[in-house]
Design a protein around this ligand. Structure first.
Ligand code: URA
Length: 424
């Protein structure tokens, strides 16, 4: 067997056997298969797809490429949550402490941002001192003691995904349903949680652009979860405009804190409430409306915020020290009318350009910069009224580039639907 035979087989649209997939992944990890050969195979997969059984085999091979976390020393049901990525997506920062404040165990490994989407780990590091690299023993003890720990993806868990994802990111091979499903599910299965919750984002600002593909991806991930007897629930959420108002690391943490104190934006709250009620329904066996009441109570009585504070302290962070740039500029509308579109993809790219994200894994992030929207889709804006505030430090962006992200029309626009489907 050679890698060239395997590439040719996939190029012709044929199904790869488990041994062939093993040969490709193992060879890539031990460097006997080169980046250019793996890129070629990945592109053949993007173009010709994979069958369900190929995707399940690929997930299993990736899952077994490194350590599998044993969380059996944590008492109770452990929940893990993942998002396929978005702009302004600070859901984990709100959802995790909110559920932990209700005695649900959150043992979560998160990722960094890449491309135009942000990552939870970068956001947490905008809190002075926050340590995302605590030891495995401390991680388990902390979840047992305070119900929550959020750490960075370890190098020894699913190394195949780490290497493949970095290659996919620079070879135009990210947007493939079997590759996304195997990447997400191998990590979630290796992380050892009992229940897996996945937010599949759909739209301009997401990796998956339409509902049909999002449903295919969700059904595939639910099926993979079933093969490992891990209940997997996918919620499909719209990512046409950014989620909430803030984009950028420290700015998003501040918005998450406001939300935990009961003052969050409606769209962010809707996603958090929907995801949390599903988990509470699954773990505490109560109705959706009872779950929502409990959750709202935890925000009002500040228990969710206090849990976040406890998490930050446990991981050496200083919650009073989250710096945002003091160079803030107001961007005003040149048109009046209803906001029909805010291009999440382009705003995410602008945030990256001013330093909130990286173009390569080695770039250093500027935690203090970003954008805060003043208006959302459906809102009315007057000429000279503020559309957003821009927080800059070293890098700049043109006003025209920002204004081009907005479509403003004469006729009234309805607020877009946010929760598009739930698949389990
Ligand atoms: N998130 C992941 O972890 N993997 C992908 O391939 C896409 C989104």
């Amino acid at each position: 067997m050679t890698i060239i035979d395997i590439i040719n087989k996939k190029r012709l649209g044929k199904e790869l056997k488990r041994e062939e997939l093993e040969f490709a992944i193992e060879g890539y990890l031990d460097n006997s298969i080169k980046d250019y050969q793996m890129s070629s195979l990945l592109m053949a997969i993007v173009i010709n797809g994979m069958t369900e059984s190929e995707t399940i085999n690929l997930t299993d091979i990736m899952l077994k490429s490194g350590d599998i976390f044993d969380l059996s020393k944590i008492d109770g049901i452990i929940v893990d949550k993942h998002s396929t990525g978005g702009v302004g997506d600070k859901v984990t920062l709100v959802l995790a402490p909110l559920l932990a404040s209700l005695d649900i165990k959150i043992a979560k490994m998160s990722g960094r941002g890449l491309g135009h989407t942000g990552g939870t780990i970068d956001k947490l590091e905008s809190i002075e001192g926050f340590n995302v690299n605590i030891s495995k023993d401390k991680f388990i003890k902390q979840v047992n003691d305070i119900n929550i720990a959020l750490i960075s993806q370890s190098d020894t868990i699913v190394p195949a995904d780490k290497k493949l994802y970095a290659l996919r990111d620079v070879t135009g091979t990210v947007e493939s349903i079997p590759l996304i499903a195997s990447s997400v599910m191998s990590k979630k299965l290796a992380s050892g949680a009992d229940v897996i919750l996945i937010d599949v984002t759909v739209g301009r600002g997401a990796l998956i652009k339409n509902l049909k593909d999002a449903r295919r991806l969700a059904n595939l991930m639910v099926k993979i979860g079933k093969a490992y007897r891990k209940p997997t629930i996918c919620i499909l959420t719209s990512m046409e405009e950014p989620l909430g108002y803030a984009i950028g690391n420290a700015l998003e943490v501040k918005e998450a804190i406001d939300t935990l104190k009961g003052n969050g934006p409606d769209d962010l709250l809707e996603v958090v409430m929907t995801l949390c009620s599903i988990i509470i329904g699954a773990t505490k066996k109560i109705s959706n409306s009872e779950a929502k009441k409990m959750l709202i109570n935890q925000l009002k009585n500040k228990k969710a915020y206090n849990k976040f504070k406890q998490l930050v302290e446990a991981q050496d962070g200083d919650i009073t020290n989250i710096k945002v740039s003091d160079k803030a500029f107001s961007i005003k509308s040149e048109k009046e009318g209803y906001i029909a579109k805010i291009d999440a993809l382009r705003l995410g790219e602008i945030a990256k350009k001013i330093g909130a994200g990286r173009s390569t894994l080695k770039d250093k992030i500027d935690y203090e910069v970003g954008l805060v929207l003043s208006k959302k889709v459906g809102d009315y804006v007057e000429v000279d009224e503020e559309l957003l505030k821009l927080y800059l430090n070293k890098k700049d962006v043109s006003i025209k580039e920002i204004l081009d992200c907005y479509t403003i029309v004469e006729n009234k626009i309805d607020k877009p639907k946010l929760i598009l489907d739930i698949i389990k």
